[in-house]
Ligand binder design. Structure first.
Ligand SMILES: [Zn+2]
Length: 414
C-alpha cells in the first residue's frame, strides 16, 4: 500500500484547511492547473463516494451506463449548444477536420442513445446514470472545488408525461438528501435558475462552506432543507419558521426538471397509441462526486487531519502494533487484521522503520475512523485498545474483539 503523507504544506493551499489536508494526507497530486491525480488513498475515497451514490441511484431504479467523453459536434449542434458552450467547452478536431468536444455535460449523448434504445412506452419510466469525467475551460479554484477535468455522477430520467417526471424528481431529491446526510454534509436545497440547461424546476444542493464564492440564505435549523439565493430576502424560513442566516455555500448537486427541452429537439418519442408519437419528458440529476471529498474535509477536520465518515474513509481501521520487534504483538495484529477483513476495510501499518507515534499521526492525517492499538502493556492482560478518530478510547479483550468481528458487521467497539 502506497501511503505518502507530508509534513509540509505546499504553496498553493491558500489558507484552506481542506486543500492542506488533501495535499498533506497525500490524497491527490496536482498534475497541472485544475488537473489532479488521485493517489491510492485518494482513489479509495473517490470510489467509496461513487459507491454510496451508486447504491442510492440503484435504489430509485437507476441503471448505470457509460457514455463517451469525446463527443461529436453534430450532437451538440442538434440542440444548439455547440455555440452556447463556446468558450467553456474544450473542442478539438481529428485528422480529417471533424469537430469534437470533451463533454462538459451529457444530455445530448444520453438522448442520442435513448432515442434508439427506448422506443416503447413499456420501457418508461427509465433512469440512466453514469460516473464520467467532465471538462470545462473555466478559472480553476481551490483544489478539487473547480477543476478543468472532474468526476460527476450525471443521471437522466425519461417519462411519458410531465406529472410522472415531476413525481420522480421528488424521489431523486429524497435520495440526494439521504446521500448527503450519509456523508455528514451540512447542506440546504436552493431553488435555482436552470440557466442554459433549460426546462422547468431546478434545485441546487449547497454545502455550507467558507470555500464558497456565493452567499445564500440558509435556514438556521440543521434538519431543515431550506436555502435561497440572496436576492430573495426571506423574513424567516418559509418551511419551518426558524431564522435564516447568511452564509457562503458550495454546490454539491443539482437536479432539473428538463421537460421536453432536449427530447423535442433530438426526437425522443415513443408510440402513444394510434401511431401518435409522444415526446418524452426528461429529468436530469448531477452530483459533483470529485469535489465532495474536499467539502467533507472542510466541514469535518481538527488540528491533526480530516475526520471522514466511515462510509468514505480510505480505511475503516488502522491496526498499529506499537513495537514491530515484538513478534507476539505482530502476530496479534495480523489476527486482528484478518478478522476485520471480513466486514471492514482495514489497514495494517506494519512498517518497520516508523515509530508508533508517527503511525498515529499518519492515521490521523489519513482521517481513519478507528485505530486498533496493540501495545505490550494491555496485551499482557489479553487486551487491545481502540481509539476513535474523535479521540474516544476504550479497551477490549483481543479474543472478544476477534469473535465480534466474525459475527457482525460492526464489532463491539466502544
Ligand atoms: Zn427551515
Amino acid at each position: 500500500m502506497l501511503i505518502s503523507t507530508f509534513k509540509g504544506v505546499d504553496g498553493e493551499t491558500n489558507n484552506s484547511k481542506s486543500l492542506e489536508y488533501l495535499t498533506r494526507g497525500g490524497f491527490v497530486h496536482k498534475t497541472g492547473s485544475g488537473l489532479y491525480s488521485f493517489t491510492p488513498v485518494g482513489l479509495r475515497v473517490l470510489q467509496k463516494t461513487m459507491g454510496l451514490v451508486r447504491n442510492h441511484m440503484n435504489l430509485v431504479g437507476g441503471q448505470e451506463v457509460l457514455l463517451p467523453t469525446l463527443q461529436p459536434a453534430e450532437l451538440w449542434r442538434e440542440t444548439g449548444r455547440w455555440d452556447v458552450y463556446k468558450g467553456t467547452m474544450f473542442t478539438l478536431k481529428d485528422g480529417e477536420g471533424k469537430e469534437y468536444c470533451l463533454a462538459p455535460t451529457a444530455e445530448e449523448a444520453m438522448s442520442d442513445m435513448v432515442r434508439t434504445q427506448i422506443t416503447s412506452p413499456k420501457q418508461l419510466p427509465a433512469m440512466l446514470y453514469q460516473f464520467g469525467l467532465k471538462y470545462r475551460d473555466e478559472t480553476v479554484r481551490s483544489g478539487l472545488l473547480r477543476t478543468r477535468e472532474f468526476w460527476m455522477k450525471d443521471g437522466y430520467s425519461f417519462h411519458m408525461d410531465a406529472k410522472n417526471m415531476a413525481e420522480y424528481y421528488q424521489v431523486v431529491r429524497a435520495a440526494y438528501v439521504q446521500i448527503f446526510r450519509a456523508l455528514g454534509i451540512d447542506f440546504r436545497a436552493v431553488a435555482a435558475d436552470p440557466g442554459e440547461m433549460g426546462g422547468g424546476g431546478s434545485e441546487e444542493f449547497m454545502a455550507r462552506s467558507a470555500l464558497g464564492n456565493d452567499q445564500f440564505w440558509f435556514c438556521s435549523e440543521n434538519s431543515c432543507l431550506f436555502g435561497a439565493y440572496l436576492d430573495k430576502k426571506p423574513d424567516a424560513c418559509p418551511s419551518c419558521g426558524n431564522a435564516v442566516v447568511k452564509a457562503p455555500g458550495v454546490e454539491i448537486g443539482h437536479i432539473f426538471q428538463l421537460g421536453t427541452r432536449y427530447s423535442q429537439q433530438m426526437g425522443l418519442t415513443v408510440d402513444g397509441g394510434d401511431s401518435r408519437p409522444v415526446t418524452m419528458q426528461m429529468g436530469c440529476y448531477g452530483i459533483g462526486v470529485g469535489r465532495i471529498m474536499q467539502v467533507v474535509i472542510d466541514q469535518h477536520h481538527d488540528g491533526r487531519g480530516p475526520i471522514w465518515p466511515e462510509v468514505i474513509a480510505p480505511f475503516t481501521d488502522v491496526i498499529i502494533p506499537t513495537n514491530m520487534r515484538d513478534q507476539t504483538l505482530v502476530a496479534a495484529a495480523e489476527r486482528v487484521y484478518s478478522a476485520l477483513l471480513l466486514h471492514k476495510d482495514p489497514l495494517l501499518d506494519n512498517r518497520l522503520d516508523i515509530t508508533a507515534g508517527e503511525k498515529f499521526a499518519v492515521a490521523d492525517l489519513l482521517g481513519v475512523p478507528r485505530k486498533v492499538i496493540i501495545g505490550p502493556r494491555s496485551f499482557a492482560q489479553g487486551n487491545i485498545e481502540i481509539e476513535l478518530r474523535t479521540g474516544k478510547k476504550s479497551t477490549i479483550g483481543l479474543e472478544d474483539f476477534i469473535a465480534a468481528c466474525s459475527m457482525e458487521a460492526h464489532p463491539a467497539v466502544v
